[in-house]
Write a protein that binds this ligand. Structure first.
Ligand code: ADP
Length: 747
């Protein structure tokens, strides 16, 4: 015997503390039981502390532990001890469970040894406890884990030719716990065909070449269920021979199902993606296309290959790029989860396309963005229509605002909804003022009835358009004449939404018409007058000629016999008769002037020459100084034009200043309206207040000092008017006068 062992054994015998140390430090409980007095049993302090009890308070009685051991384990312990007592070779060794003071279970490995007397009768039992709770817990956990993961173990012992299946392996096969497989029955669980062939090959290769395997195959369970399993096998070799193959066996049916589902849903997604009518793409975090479908290719005009080389940035309209890039960043920062917007892209052919784009992110379990799914629908047509509408709205608004004629939108109550500036100007009211008024307030009383009737017809659909010339009252109180056109604006069902009214100011035309009307009345009257004048003067000439004849006869035949007074009276009578003749002659000429004649080419230079020749005696006598420019050739009535110049020149000579040499200048100007002549003299001049009057018949300003009939300028006026022109005079009294006249006949 080893000397140390010998020494320790004797030490134990001599020193109790050594034994105490051993039992306290290496065991979790020690007991010593008196079989002759079965109530008595000594338990060491560790026995109780392991079970959570205070050793001082615990009695050294067998009943003390029998109370806290699990009843089924107590029965097992009793059974075992009886076997051990009768047969010393049967080991007293078992796992039992105690209830810890705190209620938990304490697993104890309990081993015992019977102490026998000399006759071999057992009198005592010495027992030792080891706390195996931790171990048990781990075992339990492993079992639970394996059960949860459906992982079992198996072993093929080639030496003893046995097969071991763990509980879970059996559960997976759906066999009873006491099922004992052999190699053939084990392999036969594998589904006939590929699965069974594979496992057979794997086992053979493991046995022959020590090749490990890890395969996924199908088995048919005892309950006839087809499931997927994973079998892992490892071969153990000793001396070049395979002794054992062991491994794990896992039920992977759920995973396979999930994989199948995933595959199916992936396929579904792929199909949806590929065949979607709308454009679809997968976009990476930088905006690059990872996957695009045919519809998207069609939308943007690029091929799949071209697109996979670029990102949305290439196709984005420059106006949208900055915004889109920002939005992508917002996605990356998690500020956005989805996105729906209308965006402009550029088609391969270069034109703009409008797409409605919906983007959502695809994330992994950690919520990290993997990529984006984007969907695109083409709304270009709608966008273009919208733009066109907008454009035409802008155009309409501009046309409306800038129209020269008045325009207004009128609602069904006749109120002005919108009016343009021209309308405001027409009626003198501001836009705000007009908002509070209706057409009834502005229409002239006398015209309102007619307007209302026609408007009603428009409302009733009896007419499509209202067009009327009517009178409004301007804000300043004056009447204005407007041509008003009103038409309906209807919705798609033909229902009236409002009216568009157009207003044109025709006041001027109306006034001109009124003037012309009055003028024509006057004209008729003056014609009547002329007729009368003509007849009267014509008829008066006959008796006057007779009177003049007799008076001349009297003068020639009887003057010598008459007293001086009678002679004078006779002379005066004769002069008056002559003057009367002159006047009647003049009147006759005046009334003849308006008779319609033929327009001819008139050389004004020639006319002046003739006039000056006719007036040569007068001109020479008065030493008249002329300044005449080269005059134009015009269209006119030659005789009348000559009379016109003759009257004006002879007046200019007649009304000269006595002290000054008469000076007459004649010139002309071509104006847009026609020829404008001017004839200036340095004569006595005319008072401003008389400038109009002198053109009326028989009006003379200097009756005493100058002879005349007062018909000359009236003739001039008539002649100028025959030529559609006007005549007027500018004059300074004492300095001279300038007569202007215009000839508007076309050449
Ligand atoms: P009459 O010459 O026969 O008097 P007119 O009709 O020719 O009649 O002229 C009307 C009046 O106009 C004249 O009486 C004269 O008082 C004035 N008058 C016409 N021409 C001139 C002129 N050149 N200078 C000043 N007064 C004029």
């Amino acid at each position: 015997m080893n000397y140390l062992r010998k020494e320790l054994y004797s030490l134990i015998k001599s020193d109790e503390s050594i034994f105490d140390f051993i039992q306290e430090s290496s065991l979790d409980g020690l007991w010593y039981w008196d079989l002759e007095n079965m109530e008595e049993e000594w338990m060491n302090p560790k026995f109780w502390t392991t079970l959570g009890y205070d050793p001082i308070k615990m009695p050294h009685k067998a009943a003390a532990w029998q109370d806290i051991i699990f009843p089924e384990d107590l029965a097992l312990a009793n059974e075992n001890i009886q076997k051990h007592l009768t047969d010393p070779t049967y080991p007293y060794n078992q796992e039992v469970r105690y209830r810890h003071k705190n209620g938990s279970t304490v697993w104890i490995r309990c081993r015992g040894l019977a102490i026998r007397d000399k006759s071999g009768k057992p009198v005592r039992v010495l027992g030792a406890h080891t706390d195996i709770t931790q171990l048990k817990r781990k075992e339990q956990l492993l079992l639970e884990t394996n059960r949860a993961a459906r992982v079992g173990a198996w072993e093929l012992d080639l030496v003893n030719d046995t097969i071991f299946w763990s509980d879970i392996t059996k559960e997976i096969h759906e066999v009873t716990p006491d099922f004992q497989p052999n190699l053939t029955t084990g392999i036969n669980f594998y589904k006939e065909g590929e699965s069974r062939a594979t496992i057979t090959k794997c086992i053979e290769a493991a046995i022959a070449k020590g090749k490990n395997f890890d395969v996924e195959l199908q088995i048919i369970t005892a309950k006839d269920k087809e499931i997927w399993v994973r079998a892992i096998g490892q071969a153990e070799f000793q001396a070049g021979e395979c002794k054992r193959i062991y491994g794990v066996f896992q039920d992977i049916e759920k995973r396979k199902q999930a994989e199948k589902k995933l595959l199916e849903s992936e396929e579904q997604f792929r199909q949806t993606f590929e065949h979607a009518v709308i454009g679809m793409t997968l976009v990476d975090k930088n905006g690059k296309w990872i996957k695009v479908n045919d519809s998207f290719c069609d939308l943007v005009g690029y091929s799949r290959i071209e697109l996979l080389d670029m990102g949305f940035q290439t196709l984005s309209h420059p106006d949208n790029l900055e915004e889109s890039t920002k939005e992508l960043e917002e996605f990356a920062r998690g500020e956005r989860t989805t996105y729906l917007k209308e965006k402009r892209y550029i088609h391969k052919k270069g034109h703009d396309i409008w797409l409605v784009i919906g983007v959502s992110k695809v994330t992994n379990e950690e919520d990290e963005i993997l990529h984006y799914v984007a969907q695109y629908s083409d709304v270009t047509e709608r966008k273009l229509a919208e733009q066109k509408l907008l454009q035409s709205e802008i155009q309409f608004r501009q046309t409306f605002e800038n129209a020269i004629i008045g325009l207004a939108l009128v609602n069904k109550k006749g109120e002005w909804m919108t009016v343009n500036d021209s309308f405001c100007k027409l009626v003198g009211y501001s836009k705000t003022e007009l908002k509070k008024l209706t057409f009834r307030d502005l229409t002239h009383r006398d015209n309102l009835g007619e307007t209302l009737v026609e408007l009603q017809e428009l409302v009733d659909g009896k007419r499509n358009i209202f067009l009327q010339e009517t009178r409004f009252v301007h804000k300043n109180g004056k009447d204005i004449w407007l041509v008003i056109g009103v038409s309906k604006v209807t919705d798609e069902n033909g229902k009236v939404i409002h009216y568009v009214a157009q207003y044109s100011d025709v006041t001027e035309r109306k006034e001109a018409e009124e003037k012309a009307r009055r003028y024509s009345i006057l004209d008729a009257k003056s014609k009547e007058m002329e007729q009368f004048t003509y007849i009267a003067s014509h008829d008066l000439r006959e008796p006057l000629t007779t009177l003049k004849g007799y008076l001349n006869l009297l003068v020639e035949e009887f003057t010598a016999d008459m007293p001086k007074d009678a002679q004078d009276i006779l002379q005066f009578s004769l002069e008056s008769a002559n003057r009367m003749d002159e006047l009647i002659h003049g009147l006759l000429g005046y009334s003849r002037l308006s008779q319609v004649k033929e327009l001819k080419t008139v050389n004004c230079n020639k006319i002046i020459q003739d006039v000056l020749a006719d007036l040569s005696v007068l001109i020479i006598k008065n030493e008249v100084d002329f300044e005449i420019v080269e005059l134009p050739i015009i269209q006119g009535y030659p005789l009348e034009v000559k009379l016109l110049f003759q009257n004006l020149i002879s007046n200019a000579i007649k009304f000269r200043k006595k002290t000054t040499t008469p000076k007459i200048s004649i010139s002309y100007q071509l104006t847009p309206a026609g020829w404008r002549f001017q004839l200036s003299d340095n004569g006595i001049g005319i008072e401003t207040s008389e400038k109009e009057r002198i053109f009326h018949i028989f009006q003379r300003l200097h009756k005493q000092d100058y002879e005349g009939t007062g018909i000359g300028l009236a003739n001039c006026k008539k002649i100028v008017e025959l030529h559609n022109g006007e005549i007027w005079v500018e004059s300074t009294l004492g300095k001279g006068s300038t007569f202007y006249f215009t000839i508007l006949t076309k050449e």
